[in-house]
Design a protein around this ligand. Structure first.
Ligand code: SAH
Ligand code: SF4
Ligand code: F3S
Length: 445
């Protein structure tokens, strides 16, 4: 395909890393059909929004973007508009009503149907492809247009079986499906050959990897061991872990494998056991504390990050304080925080008589954020004087000084100056200064 024949594709991606990875695959598939990605919305022939419905705010963003694009289509009727991702999977009828001008709606299970869908869109058909199970998941048949040059995302398991009562993901992503280890290993080999230096294995629940196969040897721990054997200088991460699914074998594998980062993202959601039960999380506060203690004992420089929700239905002030205390007592290195947002289909979304007022929810969120900042700073201060192994991700130039932006194995952001290094290089850095969200240091040999 010659360049002057290429059509321009603009994809806007909301939501989690799984969505970002999906967008790279969507752009890759469409590149086989003459579409070239652009960063400029205005020059696009095909506009796609890859949506997230985890909270109302992210859902609202999707509809407001569709509105903007709908207006543009009035003056440029030839442009095509597409919507995919978690809002599309749930809201087919609503999208048709609110945005009848949309040309293409496809669900999270229908990405690999794009080769046929796009031809129908080009023939001016209004197309909608949403199924409850995956269609044609022949992952490695298409290019992947990765956005980053250093880190590559590799989904290993999709979907979720946990049905936390607040969460929409099991409804938008379906039940857990693991990819075959051989397929993952082939993708990772290609990534390393292309020069990427970091592989992030993705899953809504990565430590469930392989449970849907009949072979007990297919586990996240064994996958890490296999990937660790591959030649080359690169490192491996995995997100997100479900607290009670972290096995001793996984911790052993992280310890054994020198390429695997000593970093765990383990959302706790609440520091109170009653609320955890109401959330249908399968662990108590003390069980979570035990898991954190076990990991910290094994890996001295580990970072453990988490997610918390403020104002789950029925949460009392005392119960909320257990969350603040947990953040502090567990010395969590960083947490994502959010005010509870009611979602359709979910159990908690129906507990309307127990909903907490917006004022209280946001006031609790503010205190949660304040505590997060305090504990993050304390966690960062612990690293002053230590030497961390980092991978350079990018550089920033200001007043003729080039600062390297890097990430340590434990996921801490580290800034340092070293004119001999560039993005994709590993380095050892002695930490000299800590701030709330990042560290500063000097290179050492
Ligand atoms: N699989 C991961 C989380 C995926 S969703 C896990 O089990 O922890 C990412 C985060 O969004 C969750 O950890 C949760 O903190 C937040 N979240 C999910 N549903 C939410 C809701 N209804 N309101 C507010 N935050 C929510
Ligand atoms: Fe959502 Fe719970 Fe599944 Fe995480 S484990 S994706 S929070 S249902
Ligand atoms: Fe959002 Fe869907 Fe991810 S709801 S967080 S984009 S799985």
């Amino acid at each position: 395909m010659y360049n002057f024949l290429m059509k321009k594709l603009y994809i806007e991606t909301l939501g989690c890393q799984m969505n970002k990875s999906d967008s790279e695959r969507i752009a890759g598939i469409l590149s086989h059909f003459g579409y070239e990605e652009t960063n400029l919305e205005k020059e696009a022939d095909l506009l796609i929004i890859n949506t997230c419905s985890i909270r109302q705010l992210s859902t609202d963003k999707a509809y407001s973007k569709l509105g903007v694009w709908g207006k543009r289509k009035k003056s440029k009727p030839d442009i095509k508009i597409g919507i995919c991702g978690c809002v599309a999977q749930q809201d087919k009828e609503k999208i048709r009503q609110r945005a009848p001008y949309v040309d293409l709606i496809f669900g999270t299970h229908n990405i690999y149907e794009l080769p046929t869908l796009i031809k129908r869109v080009e023939a001016d058909e209004k197309v909608c492809a949403i199924t409850s199970k995956p269609v044609n998941s022949n992952w490695n048949d298409f290019k992947i247009l990765r956005k980053d040059n250093v880190n590559a995302w590799v989904p290993i398991i999709e979907g979720c079986n946990n049905f936390c009562t607040y969460c929409v993901v099991p409804f938008t992503r379906g039940r857990e499906r693991s990819r075959q280890p051989e397929e993952i290993i082939t993708e990772v080999k290609n990534i390393i050959a292309e020069g990427f230096k970091e592989i992030t294995l993705l899953g809504q629940n990565v430590d469930s990897y392989g449970k849907d196969f009949n072979d007990k040897n297919i586990t996240l721990a064994n996958l890490l061991r296999e990937l660790n054997k591959l030649e080359g200088q690169f490192r491996i991460r995995f997100v997100t872990s479900y607290p009670s699914d972290i096995t001793d074998d996984l911790i052993n594998a992280v310890d054994e494998c020198e390429k695997v980062c000593k970093y765990f993202h383990i959302p706790m959601q609440s520091g109170n056991s009653r609320i955890l039960k109401e959330m249908n999380r399968h662990y108590t506060k003390s069980e979570y504390y035990e898991i954190v203690a076990k990991i910290r004992n094994r890996f001295p420089d580990v970072a453990i990050t988490s997610d918390f929700i403020a104002g789950f239905p029925g949460e009392t002030e005392e119960e909320f304080q257990d969350t603040l205390n947990a953040m502090e007592e567990l010395k969590l290195d960083y947490s994502n925080t959010a005010a509870y947002s009611p979602r359709v289909f979910t159990k908690a979304g129906q507990m309307t008589d127990k909903f907490i007022s917006e004022d209280i929810k946001y006031e609790r969120l503010e205190r949660l954020n304040q505590k997060n900042r305090e504990v993050c700073l304390k966690s960062n201060e612990k690293f002053v004087g230590k030497i961390l192994k980092v991978l350079v991700e990018s550089k920033t130039e200001k007043d003729n000084i080039i600062t390297l932006n890097s990430r340590a194995d434990n996921n801490k952001i580290v800034h340092f100056i070293d004119n001999s290094k560039q993005a994709g290089d590993f380095a050892k850095v002695k930490i000299t200064k800590a701030q709330t969200w990042c560290l500063y240091g000097e290179p050492v040999d």
